[in-house]
Design a protein around this ligand. Sequence first.
Ligand SMILES: [Zn+2]
Length: 438
Amino acid sequence: MKSNSLGTLRTNSVVPPLTRPVVNDKVIITTHVATTIKKQSVRLCIGAMCFFFVLVTAGFLVGRLWNSSQPDSGSGSYLYSAMRLYEDATGVRNDTDLEQVLHFVISDMGAKWTYREFTNQRFDTVLFYHPDRCPFNRLQYNTALNNALPSRFDGHKQQSWWAGSGQSDVSSCICGYNGVDIMQILYSEDSKMHRVGVVVHEYYHVLQIHYCRTVYDDRTHFVMWLSEGAATVLQNLYITYWLETHPDYQDYLFDPNHGHVRQMIDRVKSKTFIYDSSLNTHDGAQNNYIASTTALLYLIYRKGGDFLQYALVDFLFSGDCDLAVNGGMDIGFKNAFGIWDSVDEFYTDLNSFLLTADTPVIESMRPTSQQVKSLFNHTTLCSDVCTKSRNGVCDADCPFGSDCTDCGPEDMPSEWPIELRYEYKRTEDRHVDFYRVY
Ligand SMILES: [Zn+2]
């Protein structure tokens, strides 16, 4: 158990649409469904007095604003869905695939990483339509959900990341108010694959925080690409594992022409990007998550392909992901990965590697299908992401093993079990006729 107390943390996933590459003067807008994250604030206190202060202060504020002075540990994790309200109002079942994806993915990852939400605290999920990128007639269900939420969300509704208020520039996130306690997922109209990937990505952040409480403290030891790269690589390998034969599958990482690695080879060779310590933070990195995935993939490549298991699983289980308690950024990095004496040394090495890399190198960085399969070799589903979980009664209507405490784990299906809804195609106006089914 770590002695540190995590304050307010926000990570966002902004999902660009599937388009051809566009490069402007500051950021890469990728052809692929990359995930870009902004972290707004992390407040971390160390030491007993500070911990006590945070407890008292947070308890006071939470009590005033949520009408409750204690975390709710007595009931299940609630899923609040604007898509469900749409279905209830219209009878059209089109949009509830995200709800199913959420249940399945978290039960899948929960069984692998042996974790069920935040300990002794309800971990709610809210599903909103993307305020900037959804059919116009869906927005009313965001408003309806916002108005229907219980009072414990009153504080969340005041936050800048909250999507229920209709404001622009919001995104999927693990977020909170005096602590991370909800997952906000926005319906991805653009990509079926990302509808799955965004849940994997955000829930992996939950796992990172669970196993390494200080992982997002960026004052001294935060290595942004290590955390975000892992979440993004994992989401893509997850899609590869489950959906490689799906007609809409794309290889976002290793495609020889458009993949993340190819894009970074081109950028380093053209001197439009050089790896350095600016990639240690969200702000400095200008949300360049293609660079993050490529750095992580190179790290695994240098260590040998079987290192995938350590980088994405055992790095968390072992607590090695907490660089702070393992000697700080450079010593903690060397403790986990060896080879390089410092993170800066890793950057120098990676720049040299990419300068001479070519298409066969990209292929040699790709994990074998056996290595991907062994990442997901567990045989059960288990989570408590159901309203009726942890109530002492096994509720069979909690889908995909999501009442695991009461029912025990479910067997893993042999094939991806959810039909992913159609995609929309962007037209001209922002909302009116913005998307058409194709
Ligand atoms: Zn992220």
